[in-house]
Design a protein around this ligand. Structure first.
Ligand SMILES: Cc1ncc(COP(=O)(O)O)c(C=O)c1O
Length: 366
């Protein structure tokens, strides 16, 4: 059996072990410690945001974002339908109602359908959570304008798009709050983790308070409201600091993988890759494509036979049994993408021989 090619495995840069050793030597393996602050500072520096909060996951970050914006039971929250469930669970945690918006030719949220939803809904939505899927920017300038015009908070789910940018501004920094994921399969990983960012100091201070069990500043334990245990540990933050040192390189590597696939598969006219909107530079976390006629499941199975991992595109939220009675503004775009598309292996350690193994399977089938 040939070695397995994974979809997007972790890639340690070299300094992770050194920084973990420093943490152990200092004995600061408890939740706080200097690496938590260093990790937050590295994100602030890279993304040019004023405040950052290290958390146990991006899902926790999205949940805190809604909590600090006072999104409550019965509120409407608009969100991308073509996304991972992590973008949406936080809305349910707050007892709010998700309203799903379909994609457009960018594969991300459609500004046109967003406008339509705002016009038609019986109640004004309080917030929008927009996902920059697979590391590619949504039409963020148009989406931001619509949100500002309608007094709707904008939260960017940048779980997959750390290091991606639009007109040289980083993904996650356009709206009111943004979230990055450091889950095991992301462009950078701390095994699990997330960062919440915002230029609004009060919101991040409030999120920090809620992430540490909403403990009032007393010597004894005093609580006026409920909170969560959502902070990231000093050990995992040490991994994050080392990972952030190679973010620029990782984006280059991911983009080079995409360029390879695009060039090698250019002869197959039925293949279309996820586009990059004008003025943006995606991180190409995963190379994704759709087939006009070949069944993507056949491709996934053929790759698996060669010990190569690939996946279908995300199943849109409005098609999930969990949301069968949801309100959605849909024109069929994301459903078509889901039925036609796959994610190709995009590990930053992949070598040329392995990349050829992947494209040969596809060339044999199409
Ligand atoms: C689009 C999207 N949103 C949210 C999440 C949740 O991130 P986490 O696993 O860090 O909670 C993920 C990935 O895991 C994701 O891909």
């Amino acid at each position: 059996m040939k070695d397995r090619i994974f979809l997007s495995p972790p890639n340690m840069s070299g300094n992770e072990q050194k920084y973990i050793d420093e943490v152990f030597k200092s004995n600061y393996i408890a939740p706080t410690g200097e690496f938590v602050t260093k990790f937050e500072n590295s994100i602030k520096y890279y993304t040019k945001t004023k405040n950052a909060l290290a958390l146990s996951s991006a899902t926790a970050g999205l949940h805190l974002a809604l909590r600090v914006l006072d999104i409550k039971c019965g509120d409407f929250v608009l969100t991308s339908s073509f996304t991972f469930i992590g973008s949406v669970n936080c809305i349910l945690y707050q007892g709010a109602t998700p309203i799903f918006i379909d994609s457009d030719k960018s594969w991300n949220l459609s500004p046109k359908l967003l406008k339509k939803a705002i016009k038609k809904l019986p109640k004004k939505p309080k917030a929008l959570i927009v996902t920059h899927l697979y590391g590619q920017l949504a039409e963020i300038d148009k989406i931001l304008e619509i949100c500002r015009d309608n007094n709707i908070y904008l939260i960017e789910d940048s779980a997959e798009s750390l290091g991606a940018s639009f007109k040289d501004k980083q993904s996650g920094t356009f709206g009111d709050l943004g979230v990055y994921s450091f889950n095991g399969n992301k462009i950078l990983t701390t095994s699990g983790g997330g960062i919440l960012v915002s230029d609004n100091r009060e919101w991040i201070d409030r999120a920090k308070f809620l992430s540490t069990q909403a403990k009032e500043p007393h010597l004894h334990y005093e609580h006026k409201e409920y909170g969560y245990n959502y902070r990231l540990s000093n050990v995992l933050s040490a991994i994050g600091v080392a990972q952030m040192e190679v973010l620029t390189k990782r984006v280059e590597q991911k983009r080079a993988i995409f360029d390879f696939y695009k060039k090698e598969l250019s002869g197959i006219k039925e293949i279309l890759f996820m586009p990059e909107i004008k003025g943006s530079r995606g991180n190409r976390w995963l190379t994704t494509l759709i087939f006009k006629k070949t069944d993507p499941i056949k491709v996934i199975k053929a790759l698996e036979k060669e010990n190569i991992e690939s996946r279908p595109l995300w199943k849109p939220m409005h098609l999930q049994p969990l949301f069968k009675n949801s309100i959605s503004f849909i024109d069929g775009t994301s459903e078509n993408l889901y039925k036609r598309g796959i994610c190709l292996p995009s590990p930053t350690r992949i070598d040329l021989k392995e990349l050829y193994r992947v494209v040969e399977v596809i060339k044999d089938l199409c």
